[in-house]
Write a protein that binds this ligand. Structure first.
Ligand code: FES
Length: 605
């Protein structure tokens, strides 16, 4: 194919394209972050770009997701445009990546108990009377003789020992000598705990000598341009020859970007990172190690592996010490992964006398119920609505996202970063619907009502109810200064009902499976970044959670679990115990699931 040039405004970046591909793929592969939650099928409408120059692109079928006005103004879906000419496009204003609102908190210190150890030694110099090898000289100083030696140490030793005048620091992992450095670096043993979410990846750097959290950061999972949820990712793998490799590389790239930012913040040498621990759903863990998760997508939903794995992080492509260990926390089943184990590690449900209900709301909602005697868990396919996907003006929780909505005489909003609103994130969506239920604009069946069916509405609120494509829409924010309106559509309300219905049905089924009643549950532990920001009262109003239960927001519990595992081998053993103890309940095999789900769709608690 001929080479074509794409000019991307407003940055004026030029991309050369030499192979047949869609504009969406070309932008993604060039590292330009463009949304696309349907994996390039033209069905989510998120990959909008404005074609300024490109006759063939403008002549193409623009799909069903754009309005007539948008099409006339040159907007097109990037995934529906094959590259057949030089083009100039502009990408819409969007949230700044760096300002992602992700809950990074947790303890700032963890108890350390690992097999990593550094010892500073000064060796006697060799002589004609003492011709011991360099390695034997090191082992003699360590005082034990049954060490295994790695290639890295054999390669580095002769120069390192002499450059440092026979004073070196030796890093061991159990009975294996894994590294050798000049001088005294005994305080420099680091590890990174990763919580690999389908949408967001969070990394935490911990000093494994002191147990201190040294830095933490989050980034969008670069896989998300290939599909919003785990099923879309698996579909991408099964439909594309190099799909598995592409997705593996994307998550590794995300992890490396996070590591770069962590070492910049902490001012450390990446070679001093010896340990990587991951939690994540089972599909994310498979994609990370390049293991094909295809069987998780079809009954009986079998993963390739579920126990914890210990691999070499460096050969996996992670930019850390050559001998760093990558430990994947154990999964439970195809749809209940290490992130669930992480939540239980952090919340100690397996030690609790009281019955606790933990809900980790993400693209998939993981639900756990139990105490020290028994824990059962299920996964509810909430879909990406809580992450802002499949919602007309939905977006991730980043600058410009409406995160809080209050409705009295009119609508009052809080916007992340105090910017002009450009969309609405999951917590804003739940708030908006809850507030509209309270003022009667949305009924308990989920219908957005026309203003003449709602008594006692102020004029300001009446004016916000407008006719939409499928029923009525509600204008949350009226666009100013060329910004578009942020509108909640009837379809958005239906999407939210499906998402929250899946979670609420999962909760009901676990309660019946355990043979208890709601009143027997001591409290709800709401985990995950979304769970941390949601207004609990709004979650109860839309019947996402049982109204009568006390709710404790526990933050990014899965990520905290990963940190605990990173810092401590005892926590690794606990993770194994927990993953064995959890009994997985497959919702789709329950005959009553469909009925429970249908009743859970309503907004009445
Ligand atoms: S419409 Fe293009 S990625 Fe979904």
């Amino acid at each position: 194919m001929k080479s074509f040039q794409i000019t991307v405004l407003p940055t004026n970046r030029k991309i050369e394209v030499t192979e047949e591909k869609s504009l969406h793929s070309a932008l993604t592969q060039a590292g330009i972050d463009i949304e696309g939650t349907c994996g390039g099928k033209g069905t989510c409408g998120k990959c909008k770009v404005r074609v300024l120059e490109g006759k063939k692109a403008l002549a193409k079928d623009a799909g069903k997701k754009l309005s007539k006005e948008e099409k006339e103004a040159g907007w097109r879906l990037a995934c529906l445009i094959p590259i057949e000419e030089d083009m100039t496009i502009s990408i819409p204003a969007k949230a700044e990546e760096g300002d992602r609102k992700t809950h990074l908190s947790g303890k700032d210190h963890y108890q350390v108990d690992t097999q990593f150890k550094k010892t500073n030694i000064t060796m006697p110099k060799p002589s004609l009377e003492d011709q011991k090898s360099d390695i034997n000289r090191i082992i003699a100083e360590l005082g034990e003789d049954d060490y295994e030696i790695t290639l890295q140490v054999l390669e580095k030793a002769p120069k390192m020992i002499r450059d440092s005048k026979f004073n070196v620091t030796v890093t061991s992992y159990g009975k294996k000598i894994i590294d050798i450095e000049k001088g005294d670096t005994t305080k420099e043993i680091y590890g990174v705990a990763f919580d690999i979410g389908t949408t967001t990846v969070v990394g935490t750097l911990i000093n494994l000598v002191t147990g201190e959290v040294t830095a933490a950061n989050a980034a969008a999972n670069a896989q998300r341009s290939y599909g919003a949820d785990v099923i879309a990712r698996i579909t991408y793998v099964s439909e594309n020859k190099n799909g598995l490799e592409v997705l593996k590389n994307k998550v590794v790239e995300t992890m490396n970007n996070i590591i770069n930012s962590l070492i910049d913040t902490a001012k450390i040498n990446p070679e001093n990172i010896y340990s990587i621990v991951t939690v994540g759903n089972t599909v994310m863990q498979h994609l990370l190690i390049g293991s094909n998760p295809i069987n998780i997508a079809m009954a009986p939903y079998t993963p390739v592996f579920q126990n914890s794995l210990k691999l070499n992080a460096y050969t996996m492509g992670i930019h850390v010490n050559k001998e760093a260990v990558l430990y994947t926390t154990p999964n439970v089943a195809g749809y209940v992964g290490a992130d669930t184990v992480g939540v239980i590690l952090a919340t100690h449900i397996e030690e609790s006398e009281d019955i606790l209900l933990a809900v980790d709301i993400g693209t998939n909602g993981e639900i756990m119920l139990g105490n020290k005697d028994r824990i059962i868990a299920c996964s509810a396919a909430a879909g990406p609505a809580f992450e802002g996907a499949q919602i007309k003006k939905g977006m991730r929780a980043a600058d410009g996202a409406i995160e809080k909505v209050t409705i009295t005489d009119d609508v009052y909003i809080d916007v992340i970063g105090n910017k002009k609103p450009i969309g609405i994130c999951g917590s804003g969506l739940v708030d908006a619907v809850a507030e509209l239920i309270k003022v009667g604009i949305i009924n308990l069946g989920g219908r957005l009502l026309p203003s003449d069916e709602v008594p006692n509405l102020t004029k300001a609120l009446k004016d916000r109810i407008v006719e939409g494509r499928n029923g009525y829409d509600f204008v949350i924010y009226k666009g100013e200064d060329s910004l578009e309106d942020v509108v909640l559509t009837q379809k958005d309300v239906r999407e939210l009902q499906l998402a929250k219905g899946a979670i609420y049905a999962g909760i009901k089924i676990l309660i019946s499976e355990l043979g208890i009643e709601v009143k027997d549950i001591n409290r709800v532990l709401l985990a995950g970044a979304f769970g941390n920001y949601i207004q609990v009262e709004s979650a109860k109003t839309i019947a996402l959670l049982p109204e009568e239960l006390e709710v404790e927001q526990v933050g990014n519990a899965a990520g905290i679990g990963a940190r605990m595992v990173l810092a401590s081998d005892s926590e690794k053993a606990r993770a194994d115990y927990i993953s064995d103890k959890i009994k997985y309940i497959e919702l789709s095999s329950r005959k009553d699931f469909q009925d429970v789900f249908m009743t859970a769709l309503g907004f009445g608690n």
